[in-house]
Ligand binder design. Structure first.
Ligand SMILES: Nc1nc2c(ncn2[C@@H]2O[C@H](COP(=O)(O)OP(=O)(O)OP(=O)(O)O)[C@@H](O)[C@H]2O)c(=O)[nH]1
Ligand SMILES: [Mg+2]
Length: 261
């Protein structure tokens, strides 16, 4: 596929173009780490999956703080809530994080939360809720597991979120068509929902570069009214500094949430 050289050259915030109302931001994963103020960390909960108040997400609804296990702003892992539970009065979320199993959703969220590279240690069995502070802004993320049993829940939350993040494993060539199909199905009903795609695992030898991922996911077919961003991301050594592309993504997502509220 074309464009492999682009990745190797290592563009730093390579291109940001606005065409007919569609924004494409293509960022390189090779940009050097930069120092940024540590975000206020909510802390993360990585214990046993527990039953938490089920997530409820809503655009233009009052933002509340997720409370799990008596502490504020914790991340949580839980089983997917039932339809009835999801209708109960519970805290809002604004950003939905989806993608096939193994794409790296939890690892991305861990890294964004702690400001250090942190791999997930297990597949998400249900959902994983995380609160991330950037400056004064608190953004709430909800990952739903990417394994087949959980995919039927994806749409349940989609209509109520401010931003969709879709994570793909750039080296999983075989399943990219599957990822594309899911992505296109997800977004077709809401032509205005901002979409941020993470072309993850850019560190892997056979990872497709971002231009190849753009093509493989058919991102050019996605409507003109949508804000669409594509980031090349990688999560490598545990404990190392968060890649600059992920810091950029965090800032952008915060901005999108603020604009959508
Ligand atoms: N090499 C490499 N491995 C990664 C990267 N991101 C995640 N991984 C690894 O990929 C595996 C899956 O990562 P997860 O974060 O659990 O993936 P997920 O999308 O949350 O998967 P589900 O919860 O099952 O839907 C783990 O072993 C991670 O350590 C990356 O950028 N590069
Ligand atoms: Mg996960």
């Amino acid at each position: 596929m074309a464009g492999r050289g682009v990745r190797m050259v290592g563009l730093a915030a390579a291109a940001a173009a606005m065409t007919a109302g569609v924004f494409y931001a293509v960022w390189s994963y090779v940009s050097s780490p930069r120092t940024a103020p540590e975000p206020e960390l909510p802390g993360t909960h990585q214990g046993e999956p527990r039953t938490a108040s089920p997530p409820q997400m809503g655009r233009k609804e009052k933002k509340e703080v997720l409370v799990v296990g008596g502490k504020k702003d914790e991340s949580s892992t839980s089983v997917v809530p039932t339809q009835k539970q999801s209708q109960d009065k519970v805290p809002n979320k604004q950003v939905l994080v989806l993608g096939l199993d193994g794409a790296g959703k939890t690892s991305v969220l861990h890294t964004l939360t702690t400001n250090k590279v942190q791999h997930s240690s297990a597949p998400t069995q249900g959902f994983n809720a995380v609160c991330i502070h950037t400056g004064d802004v608190q953004v709430e993320f909800l990952e739903i597991g990417g394994s087949e049993p959980f995919r039927s829940y994806w749409k349940m939350y989609l209509s109520k979120v401010l931003v969709l993040i879709f994570v793909v494993d750039s080296a999983d060539h075989r399943r990219l068509p599957d990822a594309k199909q899911h992505l296109h199905q997800l977004i077709q009903k809401d032509p205005a929902l901002p979409l941020v795609v993470f072309a993850n695992k850019q560190d892997l030898e056979d990872a497709y570069c971002i231009t190849d991922i753009h093509e493989a996911l058919g991102l050019s077919e996605i409507g003109d009214d949508r804000k669409l961003f594509l980031f090349g991301t990688h999560i490598t050594k545990n404990g190392s500094d968060i890649p600059s592309s992920m810091q950029d993504a965090r800032e952008l997502i915060t901005q999108l949430v603020l604009e959508a509220q």
